[in-house]
Design a protein around this ligand. Structure first.
Ligand SMILES: [Zn+2]
Length: 263
């Protein structure tokens, strides 16, 4: 009983913290869109997907993350990266890094994989408890595999109460997460042939992130054409530039909604 009460107190504190104007600069005006977290998927023992020609997801996405970070910084944004090198960072630690930074947007970058070598293109995701289709569910299961490597005995969200609270917090940002996922899809997949759309799935790394958040699959390592493209520096720059445009446009809308003038 005491434990239950303790849990309730923790959960309520979480809600209050997420709803209250928590920023120190809140007194001088509404929150401005100024901080973006870039999450390069995988790392260390968790290599992620591998292409037939040798492209490794953890290396690809870290390189794209650095290119994106550089461009966002050039546009005056503060950037926080969940990893800077080939190290294993647990999924829940990535969430904590983002929340501690009180960022305004969380972008997780991944490379896709499927058993059908013909499938190629761009997919963007935002969090949902159930996948929007079978393929989206498969993508989430694959990207969540790192969770098992972490050796966590029980997921924090197995605590039903905290899970419900977490869902409340997540749904608060669901519309904006959807908005960024759509912007990213539109900017990234200029060619309709590679636009596979915005989907929803239960990604562990997006759970509990207290800000708009999306996961971007920048191409299929299991497709020969996509892999070849993703090996090229020009394509990685194109992806970074497209995600930068999406973030900046999202930021303008974000500020406009909060009554903040343009930067
Ligand atoms: Zn991945």
């Amino acid at each position: 009983m005491l434990l239950e009460r303790k849990r309730l107190a923790v959960a309520l504190a979480l809600v209050v913290a997420s709803l209250a104007p928590a920023r120190a600069d809140e007194s001088i005006g509404p929150d401005r869109f100024d901080t973006v977290v870039i999450d390069a998927g995988h790392g260390g023992d968790d290599a992620g997907a591998r292409g037939a020609a040798g492209l490794v997801e953890k290396e690809l996405v870290l390189d794209v993350a650095f290119r994106l970070a550089k461009r966002l910084a050039e546009n005056g944004l503060q950037v926080v990266m969940t990893r800077h090198d080939d190290s294993f960072v647990p999924l829940e630690q990535r969430t904590s890094i983002a929340n501690d930074a009180r960022a305004d947007l969380f972008i997780s970058i991944h490379g896709n994989a499927t058993h059908d070598a013909k499938v190629r293109g761009i997919e963007t995701f935002f969090l949902a408890l159930s996948a929007s289709d079978e393929h989206a569910g498969q993508v989430a299961r694959r990207e969540n595999q790192a969770f098992r490597l972490e050796g966590t005995p029980a997921r924090r969200s197995d605590d039903a109460l905290v899970a419900i609270i977490g869902d409340l917090i997540a749904s608060e940002h669901m519309e904006e997460s959807n908005e960024f996922a759509r912007l990213a899809q539109a900017k990234l997949a200029g060619d309709p042939e590679v636009a596979r759309g915005v989907k929803q799935a239960p990604f562990v790394v997006l759970e509990g992130v207290q800000m708009p958040a999306a996961l971007v699959e920048i191409g299929f390592l299991t497709n020969r054409l996509d892999e070849k493209k993703l090996q090229r520096s020009e394509e990685r720059d194109r992806i970074a530039a497209a995600l930068t445009r999406a973030a900046l446009e999202f930021g303008q809308r974000y500020d406009a909604r909060r009554g903040v003038g343009s930067r």
